[in-house]
Write a protein that binds this ligand. Structure first.
Ligand code: NAD
Length: 385
C-alpha cells in the first residue's frame, strides 16, 4: 500500500490485454499503477492518462518484481509466459491477477498453485466471463431450480475474428498456446463447469485445421503479426500475412463427461461470418439458452418450435469491455486484495478448465481417443478449498 493506503499495481504485459488494469484507476478501485513492463514500449502509451509520467517502465519483468513499490501484479503476457511470470511474481511476494488460461499445461498450472500455496500470496484468475450478465443469469436460473436438475449443457462458439486474431501470431503455434481448445475454450469450459456445478472427468474430441492451413501468404518469423480485426478480411480464405507456423485447429468439437453426471459439448469454429457464444442448458424441467449477450430465454412448457421461449430475461450488458465484465472483474480483484473473502472465479476452477482443454486437445490429435482428466493433487485441492 502507498501512503494513501492505495494498492500499488504493476503490469507485466502492459500492452494488449494488460490495459484492463486501467480500470483500477479509471473506476477508482483503490489502486495506483506504479510500474509497467512490456517488451514493446508501444504498450506504455495507453497509460498516459492513468499513470504519473515518471511511472517505472521496463522490458524485463524481473526489474518490476524487484521493486518495493509494487504490491500486486497483473500478468497479461501471452499464455506461454504465464507460468514463469506468475511463479516469479508470487515468489517475489506479490499478489497476482493472472489472465486465462492459467498456463498451457496441466503441470504448469499445478506448479503455479503449489507456489501460491507455499508463498501465501493471493492468486486470482482472469475468468471474466463469470462476470458477464448473461452468464450470471444462466447460472442464477440453474441455481434457483428453474430447469430442475441439469443433465446436459451445449456451447456453440462462433468466432468471426478467428483469422484476424488467432492465426496471425503466437496463438497459431501449438508450442506457444497448446491449441485453441485451451487458449479460447478455457473460457467456455470454465463457464460450463460453473453453471453445471461439476468438473470434466473424461473427454473425447475431434478437430481439424480446416481452412487457414490452406493459406500460403505468411509473414516473416521475425514479424510479430498484425492481429487487428478488419471487416475487409473476408471471406476467410482471403486472409493474408498469417503466422509462419500454423499447427493448431480452426474447427473442434468436444464431448465432456462431468464428475456430477452432466454431459456437455463444446464446438468452436474460427471461420464463421458472425461472432457469438450460444449456451444451452437442459434440465429435468426445462431448458435455458442465451440469445446473444442481452437475452436469456427459458422453455418450461411443452411446445413446438418457439424461438423466443416461454419467458425471456433481459441481461443487457452494462458499459465496459467484454460486455461489462472487465470493470467488474478488476473491481472484484481489488476488493479481494483488500478484504479477502469469496470470489466468483477460483484458481482450482481455472486449473480444471486448462486440464479439460489440454486433454481434449490430446484427444483430437490422437484420433478421438477418450482421456481421463487428472484431478488436482489432493494437498492443493485441500489448500484452496
Ligand atoms: N479474459 C479475456 O477476455 C482476455 C482477452 C484477451 C486476451 N486475454 C489473455 O491475455 C493474455 C495476453 O493476450 P494479448 O492478446 O494481449 O497478447 P499479446 O500478444 O498482445 O501480448 C500482450 C502484451 O505482452 C507483451 N509481451 C509479450 N511477451 C512479453 C514478455 N516476455 N515480457 C513482457 N511483455 C511481453 C506484448 O508486447 C504485448 O504488449 C493472453 O493470455 C490471453 O489469453 C484474455
Amino acid at each position: 500500500m502507498d501512503g494513501s493506503d492505495k494498492v500499488r499495481i504493476g503490469v507485466i504485459g502492459a500492452g494488449g490485454r494488460g490495459r484492463l488494469s486501467r480500470y483500477v484507476v479509471t473506476d477508482n478501485l483503490g489502486g495506483v499503477i506504479t510500474a509497467l513492463c512490456d517488451i514493446d514500449p508501444e504498450g506504455f502509451k495507453s497509460y498516459a492518462d492513468v499513470c504519473s509520467p515518471d511511472v517505472f517502465k521496463c522490458a524485463d519483468y524481473r526489474e518490476l518484481l524487484a521493486r518495493q513499490d509494487v504490491d500486486a501484479v497483473f500478468v497479461s503476457t501471452p499464455d506461454s509466459f504465464h507460468e514463469e511470470h506468475a511463479i516469479a511474481a508470487l515468489k517475489a511476494g506479490k499478489h497476482v491477477y493472472l489472465e486465462k488460461p492459467m498456463a498451457i499445461t496441466i503441470s504448469g498450472c499445478d506448479r503455479i498453485l503449489k507456489t501460491a500455496a507455499k508463498t501465501g500470496r493471493k492468486l486470482y484468475l482472469g475468468h471474466n466471463m463469470r462476470h458477464m450478465a448473461f452468464v450470471q443469469k444462466l447460472k442464477q436460473l440453474v441455481d434457483e431450480g428453474a430447469i430442475g436438475q441439469v443433465k446436459a449443457a451445449w456451447c456453440r462458439h462462433f468466432i468471426a475474428y478467428g483469422g484476424d486474431a488467432y492465426f496471425k501470431d503466437w496463438h497459431a503455434d501449438r508450442a506457444l498456446s497448446t491449441g485453441l481448445l485451451l487458449q479460447k475454450a478455457a473460457h467456455d469450459i470454465d463457464v460450463l463447469h460453473w453453471i453445471c456445478g461439476g468438473y470434466t472427468k473424461r473427454v473425447v474430441a475431434q478437430g481439424a485445421l480446416a481452412v487457414y492451413g490452406d493459406i500460403q501468404d505468411r509473414h516473416a518469423p521475425s514479424d510479430p503479426g498484425d492481429p487487428t480485426f478488419r471487416m475487409e478480411n473476408w471471406p476467410p480464405l482471403s486472409q493474408k500475412q498469417l503466422n509462419p507456423v500454423i499447427d493448431v485447429e480452426d474447427l473442434s468439437h468436444v464431448l465432456m463427461a462431468f464428475d456430477n453426471g452432466v454431459l456437455a459439448t463444446y464446438q468452436q469454429c474460427h471461420f464463421t461470418p458472425d461472432s457469438w457464444r450460444n449456451y444451452v442448458i437442459i434440465g429435468t424441467n426445462g431448458r435455458i439458452e442465451n440469445l446473444g449477450e442481452a437475452r436469456v430465454a427459458l422453455w418450461n412448457t411443452r411446445t413446438g418450435y418457439k424461438a423466443e421461449g416461454d419467458v425471456q430475461f433481459d441481461c443487457s450488458p452494462p458499459g465496459g469491455s467484454h460486455g461489462g465484465a472487465d470493470p467488474k472483474i478488476v473491481a472484484e480483484f481489488m476488493r479481494y486484495l483488500r478484504e479477502g473473502g469469496r470470489t466468483l472465479t477460483s484458481p482450482i476452477a481455472a486449473r480444471n478448465s486448462v486440464a479439460a482443454g489440454c486433454c481434449a486437445t490430446k484427444s483430437l490429435r490422437n484420433g478421438g481417443r477418450p482421456y481421463d482428466v487428472p484431478a488436482v493433487p489432493e494437498d492443493l485441492a485441500r489448500h484452496f478449498a
